[in-house]
Ligand binder design. Structure first.
Ligand code: AMP
Ligand code: MG
Length: 329
């Protein structure tokens, strides 16, 4: 069995083919980057996706050496995400599924980040930390769904870095650049640290970091401190959730999972609680077709499909609302 997965929820248009044994046969992406100093512009990103879609899908099938007649299904990320971007991927997936007469598997993008994390690390029943442009959430599986134990009360950690980056005229996404700048400093500037139970709040931290910059603090020092505080806050919330759920595995996934400071802090938390620590394989931290293709494969095997006429986008689709019949627990 082979599944073609299509991702277009935000800045990335991606297509990937996976086999039912979990082998990722191809993962092709083309990422829209915003103009320096501005965030992602949904209409421009959608135009980018329309331009690259056919090439990305064709290259993905070619790299996998899989013909359209070999496909058992097509998976599409229907949400959450930006409406104009989601609609490009959905249109492509619906057309392909109708033309080649194969089932369409609806995939929640966040579940995709979790499933690709589980696939590439071999974790079985982890406490998941999902950190990306769209999410900052701590979740565990119970009773057929992923249950949220903690999350951000306002902006996500990815947003925090990307919005701060706008102030210094960097293009989005910019988390990697913030990490690079942070490595040049070890001078800590005090910034607001806001943890409420298992939840974090980042908007005050963003405002304060921008204010420090404007009042003349060194950019590298602000980046270093912003990263230290944001990652420590999350680590505290994760530790509380880990102590409560008593899970024996910690899985870090999503675009911000690439951040080495966050990895180190969470590895330390896991060690204190004798839990193993896992990070999604590096090519699959950020948005990609593989996360959708693999989750689609799991959905197809569990007979979770949607008629082409009902495959409409869901920009605000929360992942704790998704039934997961393929996972026990
Ligand atoms: P995703 O939405 O999963 O594609 O994740 C994208 C987010 O990850 C963006 O907000 C990026 O700025 C952020 N990101 C990517 N690499 C890093 C990194 N090394 N450190 C922090 N954030 C990162
Ligand atoms: Mg994502």
């Amino acid at each position: 069995m082979y599944c073609l997965g299509i991702e277009s929820t935000a800045h990335t248009f991606g297509a990937s083919v996976v086999a039912d044994n979990g082998k990722i046969l191809s993962d092709v992406r083309d990422v829209y980057t915003s103009a320096p100093g501005s965030g992602i512009h949904p209409r421009e990103a959608a135009e980018h996706h329309s331009e690259v879609a056919s090439r990305v899908v064709a290259e993905s099938l070619e790299q996998a050496s899989v013909k359209t007649s070999d496909l058992s299904g097509i998976a599409i990320a229907l949400g959450p995400g930006l409406g104009p971007c989601l609609r490009v991927g959905a249109t492509v997936a619906r057309s392909l599924a109708a033309y080649f007469r194969v089932p369409l598997a609806p995939v929640n993008h966040a579940i995709g980040h979790i499933e690709i994390g589980i696939l590439t690390t071999g974790a079985t029943d982890p406490l998941v930390i999902l950190v990306s442009g769209g999410h900052t959430a701590i979740a565990a599986f119970s009773g057929g769904r992923w249950r949220i134990f903690g999350e951000t009360e306002d902006i996500t950690i990815g947003n925090l870095y990307d919005m701060f980056a706008r102030e210094i005229n960097l293009p989005s996404p910019a988390g990697q650049e913030i990490e690079r700048l942070s490595e040049k400093s070890s001078r800590f500037i005090s910034l607001p640290y806001v943890v409420k139970g298992n939840d974090v709040s980042y908007s005050g931290l963003l405002t304060a970091a921008i204010a420090k910059l404007k009042s003349g603090a060194q950019l590298e020092d602000v980046c270093y401190s912003l990263q230290e505080v944001s990652c420590s806050m999350l680590a505290e919330a994760v530790e509380r959730s880990l102590a409560y759920t008593k899970k024996k595995e910690l899985l870090l996934t999503g675009g911000v999972a690439a951040n080495r400071v966050l990895q180190k802090k969470l590895r330390d938390v896991a060690a204190i609680h004798a839990a193993s620590f896992h990070v999604v394989d590096s090519p699959y931290t950020g948005d990609c077709g593989a996360q959708i293709a693999w989750t689609g494969m799991l959905a197809l095997r569990a007979r979770v499909t949607v008629p082409v006429s009902a495959a409409i986008v869901r920009p605000r689709w929360r992942f704790e609302d998704v039934d997961i019949p393929w996972r026990a627990g």
